[in-house]
Design a protein. Sequence first.
Length: 120
Amino acid sequence: MKSAEKLSKPKFHFLKKSLFIKAFKMNSNNAANFGECHPQKELWRVYILLCSDRTHYTGCTSNIDERLERHSKGQVEYTKSRLPVKLLFYAAFADKYKAYNFEKYLKSGSGRAFTLKHLL
């Protein structure tokens, strides 16, 4: 098996002492298999999409399958003119408010720099 064919290993980031996320860089081997870590607990996911015009879309959802389907069907204003989209990254959170705060951070200037340096 060539190194490019191996599954990417999860990266673990400590953003704050109280916040621990398990982050996956998406590739063709694991993009279709990003299921639940804890099926009994609702997880919130912050995700980054690559659009066809090479821009990035950052969002947050509790149901990533449904949200990705809405993106691919053109039901999301920003991405409907930028199809197809590709999932590049997601991080799972047990706390809804921490997920939305992380999404807000990623959309800030320093968050964009953090994304490019550490997540993509």
